[in-house]
Design a protein around this ligand. Structure first.
Ligand code: SER
Length: 316
């Protein structure tokens, strides 16, 4: 039986990954942790610990207390907020990861670290972005993601640590909003469509990006850690894709349910520059071949589900 620690559990992915894994592995076998204390009641339905990713002693104590064999490292400052404070972005994203890699070396646990479409840059081929290609990111977030991919590979090659990971697209969800990312518009648009029937988009029309619905995101994170390691050629940073769209396409899908919905544009230049440096659509053949990855949700199914769930949640 696995004993799993989730770091950064109160964030967009953690707040849904924790309950999903508790259903599979048992409530008391999945320990949620975050630096925040004001976390949702759902996270507290099982063990919860306050942990700062930069406090290696506290992490070590929690790992010993619960006999942890697998850690999900979901701590990160996202891309747009990282540009406001690049030094803090490096400190948190890489400082936290280095603590976990060192502890994984000492204590021998498996480590999941998500990378991102942010690990690519302007010189990367933007269409059908290959698994192995040019990675010269233009944001500090991207610099930390490429560095993280390399560090995870290094600790696996040098010390045999069971490091694994995927490159997530922008994640769309309806439980916890993302904070400070470039792809956040694709979450906000659904809330605003229901609340106001109009939305001001901070990216330009025609800006294609890879996106993924949360159920697929969670399944990817669980399946890569369950995969047969003998079949993995790439261990860390697998491209995982689901859908690719630009703002007008998501607006058109929403209009099928809310015909009067209007999209306007007020461009955030920082986010626009980041978005233009990221892939339009990644090629995830390696994830498919090495561990059977396949997405379930495309834009139409996701839109139907998002609007249903949010209509109930926002009680409109
Ligand atoms: N969603 C993230 C961001 O926009 C990318 O991984 O920063």
């Amino acid at each position: 039986m696995k004993n799993i620690l989730v770091m950064g559990a109160a964030g967009q992915i953690g707040s849904e990954l924790v309950p999903a894994m508790r259903k599979i592995y048992g409530n008391s076998n999945v320990i949620a942790s975050d630096i925040r204390t004001d976390v949702s009641e759902v996270l507290k339905e099982g063990p919860f610990e306050i942990v700062d990713c930069l406090d290696i002693t506290k992490i070590k104590d929690v790992i010993a207390k619960y006999k942890i064999d697998t850690v999900y490292n979901l701590v990160a400052l996202l891309s747009a907020v990282g540009e406001q404070n690049p030094q803090l972005s490096w400190k948190i994203n890489i400082g936290g990861l280095m603590n976990l890699l060192e502890l994984a070396h000492e204590l021998k646990f498996a480590l999941f670290t998500p990378s991102s479409i942010g690990a690519f840059g302007l010189s990367t081929p933007h269409d059908n972005t290959p698994q192995d290609t040019i990675q010269r990111p233009n944001s500090m977030y991207g610099v930390t993601k490429v560095s993280g991919e390399l560090l995870c590979d290094y600790y696996h090659q040098k010390y045999g640590i069971d490091t694994r990971g995927v490159r997530y697209p922008g994640i769309i969800s309806n439980v916890t909003p993302p904070g400070g990312g470039t792809t956040d518009y694709a979450v906000d648009i659904y809330y605003k469509a229901i609340q106001e029937k109009k939305f001001t988009c901070n990216l330009k029309p025609g800006t294609y990006l890879d996106m993924m619905y949360m159920p697929d995101c969670i399944r990817a994170g669980i399946e890569i850690m369950e995969a047969d390691p003998s079949k993995l050629i790439h261990r860390n940073a697998f491209n995982v894709a689901a859908m690719s769209f630009e703002p007008e396409m998501i607006a058109a899908e929403i209009r099928k349910y809310i015909p009067e919905f209007v999209i306007n544009y007020d461009i955030d230049e920082v986010r626009q520059a980041i978005a233009e440096s990221w892939p339009n659509k990644m090629d995830d053949t390696c994830a498919h071949e090495e561990w059977g990855w396949k997405h379930e949700y495309d834009l139409p199914e996701m839109t139907e589900d998002m609007l249903n769930v949010l209509q109930e949640k926002l009680k409109i």
